[in-house]
Ligand binder design. Structure first.
Ligand code: CTP
Length: 400
């Protein structure tokens, strides 16, 4: 989402500076290059070493550092960024910005820049509500500075009220709104299930399936690349989850259902998970032991709730577009079409998972997209990432 964007992050001296560390991680996950500037007061709260390690860049802090100036002067530093973010923005920093003071590197850079500036105020609530701070913020807004937060809540000083710095993901959203406002899925929430589920037989054994989570993960990446906020509900997959999504890990179908319901509302829901149709109704609380005489344990199965059908059947909370998958081992179009009708979803992506296709757990997929509007579309066999990109492009078109 922020690939290729350079963000100059100015870290002021407040207790919220620790959240700037998480902000750096979140920005880098989204592909941004983060160049940190640490004020002297900021360095009282977080160390230059932790900031540099997380940013993967050196930390700038001194206006009169000869090495700094030789490598990259303060003018260059402020011009080479796409956006300047001040987080935390203390009362003192805001006042200096509003007055146009330039006594240290951070304030000099802010004066020298011709790039947009976003501030995330963080301070004690009385300092925030003080007329001087409110006046300074009004001046800064008038100068075109964007402001995110602060939020109301418990403060480190033991009081309650406005002054808590916005959460890192809120700051990321504000940054994205400034830097990548025109992506096709900006502002949309896409909910994706992915991977297998595991249904316990006893505390150590379970019923599962061969899903790797590769197709669901690729779809999440494609949705993120189009600017969507993604909630990714995943069973125990073998591929790592997508960076930049909100990840919710589950094991059983019942847990997946609960996680999906809790993640709604969403604009789009895509059910790529290979959910176990059955759970073991008589799952044992203790490990099953071999029995004398060779008597075999008998597993009783119970049907799991169909998560896709449940969500597709919701009233007001139904996502605008509900997309299911149909894994079949024969008569693909016929079965997938019937499944679409039976489950009540808008679109279904059918794929042939017969033995020998190498699709389940593999790198490629061969799918049929059934939207109901036209004849089923058979896509050529291609990489799962490409299937994901095409599918998300179609979804973005449908929502536009
Ligand atoms: N699905 C789900 N919850 C379940 C079972 C399936 O959300 N309990 C979703 C899958 O994520 C997929 C779609 O339903 O999007 C189709 O799943 P599939 O296993 O292929 O179909 P089944 O309903 O199991 O039908 P059948 O066993 O007859 O093939």
């Amino acid at each position: 989402m922020l690939a290729g964007k350079r963000i100059l992050l100015l870290i002021g001296g407040g207790i919220a500076a620790y959240k700037a560390l998480d902000l750096i991680r979140r920005l880098r996950e989204r592909g941004a290059d983060v160049v940190p500037v640490l004020t002297r007061a900021g360095a009282e709260f977080v160390t230059p070493l932790s900031v540099a390690a997380l940013a993967g860049n050196r930390v700038y802090s001194d206006l009169f550092d000869l090495t700094d100036e030789a490598e990259m002067g303060h003018i260059e530093l402020s011009r080479a960024a796409d956006l300047l973010v001040v987080a935390p923005a203390t009362a003192d920093l805001l006042a200096k910005m509003a007055a146009g003071l330039a006594g240290d590197l951070a304030t000099t850079v802010l004066m020298a820049t011709d790039k947009p500036v976003l501030v995330a105020p963080a301070m004690n609530l009385r300092m925030f509500l003080h007329p001087a701070t409110q006046r300074n913020l009004a001046v800064l807004r008038g100068d075109g500075v964007a402001v995110v937060g602060p939020n109301e809540g418990d403060m480190a000083c033991g009081e309650f009220g406005p002054g808590r710095m916005a959460e890192p993901l809120e700051i990321v959203a504000a940054i994205a709104a400034r830097l990548a406002p025109d992506l096709p899925l900006s502002g949309r929430h896409v909910l994706i299930t992915s991977g297998p589920t595991q249904e316990p037989i006893d505390p150590v054994r379970y019923i599962a399936n061969r899903s790797s989570g590769a197709q669901g993960t690729a779809i999440a990446r494609a949705a993120l690349a189009l600017g969507a906020a993604v909630t990714f509900v995943t069973g125990p997959a073998t591929v790592p989850p997508p960076e930049g999504a909100r990840i919710i890990r589950v094991e059983t179908a019942a847990e997946m259902l609960a996680a999906v319901e809790a993640a709604l509302p969403a604009d789009v829901a895509i059910f790529a998970a290979a959910v176990a149709d059955w759970r073991v109704a008589n799952a044992a609380g203790q490990k099953l032991k071999k029995r004398a005489g060779g008597a075999l344990p008998v597993l009783e199965l119970a049907e799991n709730v169909d998560i896709l059908a449940r969500v597709a059947g919701l009233g007001a909370a139904r996502p605008r577009l509900v997309v299911g998958f149909a894994a079949e081992t024969g008569r693909l179009v016929e079965h997938a079409t019937a499944k679409r009708a039976r489950k009540g979803c808008d679109w279904i992506v059918g794929n042939d998972v017969s033995e020998g296709t190498g699709i389940m757990g593999g790198a490629e997929n061969a799918v049929v997209l059934i939207t109901g509007d036209a004849a089923p579309e058979t896509w050529p066999r291609m990489g799962k990432a490409e299937v994901a990109t095409r599918l998300m492009a179609r979804i973005a078109e449908a929502l536009a």
